[in-house]
Design a protein around this ligand. Structure first.
Ligand code: NAP
Length: 248
C-alpha cells in the first residue's frame, strides 16, 4: 500500500498536497514548525522536526511510509540532507521537487555570494538602507555591520529579540511588484539581500529591484547531496504512478 510523506513548508508543497489529495493517495504533510499558524492542507498534517536522520528513519518505518517527497524550500538543506540519508537507510524511494533558481535578466545588478556571511561582508561601505529578505534564523551575521539601517520582513513577529535594531514588516505576502516598489521607495532602500529561492512567489522584490536599478546581493543555493530531482508537480505525480490535471 502506497503512503507518501511530503516534506513541505512552501507554496509549491501546498499545491502538490492538493494534487495528491485529489488523486486520493494516502499521504501525510509535514511542517517544520517555523510558522505559528501553518496553512491548512487537504491531507493529515504533522508538525515539527523528526529528530535528525534517526528520527526520520524511525518515522518512515513506524508510519509505513513508502514514498518520500522533499518539497521543502531550496535553502532547507538540513531537512533535505536528512531525507537523503533516512531514505537510503530505510530503502524508501525519494524524490525532490526543486524549482529552478532565478537567473539574471538584462537590467539585473546582482552580486552573487555563497552564503549569508559572504553577503554581510560585501554590503556597501557607506551607511545605507538595506532590505534583508532572508529568514530570521539567518540574520545574525548582519550584526557585524551595524552602520546600516535594516528592514526585515517576517511571516510572524519574532518571539526573541533580534540581534540588532531593525525596522520590521510582518506579512505573509503574497507580494506584488507594485507593492514591492512602494515598499522599497517608501523606505529609501538602496540594496537588497536575497536568497535565490526561485519561483514566482518571492520574485516580485527581484523584479522591483531591477526596475529601480538597485543592487541585489544574491545568496546562491546550498549544495545538496545527489538525489532524484524534478521541477514540476506533473513529474512527481508520474513518479507516484498518477497523471496530473494541472499539466504543471
Ligand atoms: P532546515 O534548516 O533544513 O531544517 C532544520 C530542521 O528543521 C530539520 O533538520 C528538521 O528537524 C526540521 N524540519 C525542517 N523542515 C521540516 C519539515 N518539512 N518537516 C519536519 N521537520 C522539518 O530548514 P529551514 O530552512 O529551517 O526551514 C524549515 C521549514 O520551513 C522547511 O519545511 C521549509 O520548507 C520551510 N521554509 C523555509 C524557508 C527558508 O527560507 N529556508 C522559506 C519558506 C519555508 P529534525 O532534524 O529534527 O527532523
Amino acid at each position: 500500500m502506497m503512503r507518501a510523506l511530503i516534506l513541505g513548508g512552501i507554496a509549491d508543497a501546498s499545491q502538490l498536497a492538493a494534487e495528491i489529495a485529489r488523486a486520493r493517495i494516502d499521504a501525510v504533510y509535514s511542517y517544520g514548525g517555523r510558522t505559528r499558524t501553518p496553512a491548512d492542507q487537504p491531507l493529515p498534517i504533522r508538525i515539527g522536526g523528526f529528530g535528525g536522520v534517526r528520527g526520520l528513519a524511525d518515522y518512515i518505518r513506524r508510519e509505513n511510509i513508502t514514498h518520500v517527497i522533499d518539497a521543502t524550500h531550496p535553502f532547507a538543506a538540513e531537512m533535505s540532507g536528512n531525507a537523503v540519508e533516512a531514505c537510503a537507510e530505510t530503502g524508501t524511494p525519494l524524490i525532490a521537487l526543486e524549482r529552478l533558481p532565478w537567473t539574471r535578466v538584462p537590467g539585473d545588478n546582482w552580486i552573487k555570494v555563497a552564503d549569508v556571511n559572504a553577503a554581510a561582508a560585501v554590503l556597501p561601505e557607506p551607511p545605507t538602507n538595506i532590505f534583508l529578505a532572508i529568514g530570521r534564523q539567518h540574520i545574525a551575521p548582519f550584526a557585524t555591520r551595524p552602520e546600516h539601517a535594516y528592514t526585515l520582513r517576517f511571516v510572524d513577529p519574532p518571539e526573541a529579540p533580534l540581534p540588532f535594531t531593525a525596522d520590521m514588516i510582518v506579512s505573509r505576502g503574497p507580494f506584488t511588484i507594485e507593492g514591492e516598489l512602494e515598499m522599497l521607495r517608501g523606505r529609501g532602500i538602496t540594496c537588497i539581500v536575497a536568497r535565490n529561492s526561485g519561483g514566482d512567489g518571492a520574485r516580485a522584490k527581484i523584479d522591483a529591484a531591477r526596475m529601480l536599478g538597485l543592487p541585489v546581493i544574491m545568496i546562491s543555493r546550498p549544495q545538496l547531496p545527489e538525489r532524484l530531482r524534478v521541477e514540476s508537480m506533473a513529474e512527481i505525480m508520474q513518479w507516484l504512478g498518477h497523471s496530473t490535471r494541472l499539466g504543471a
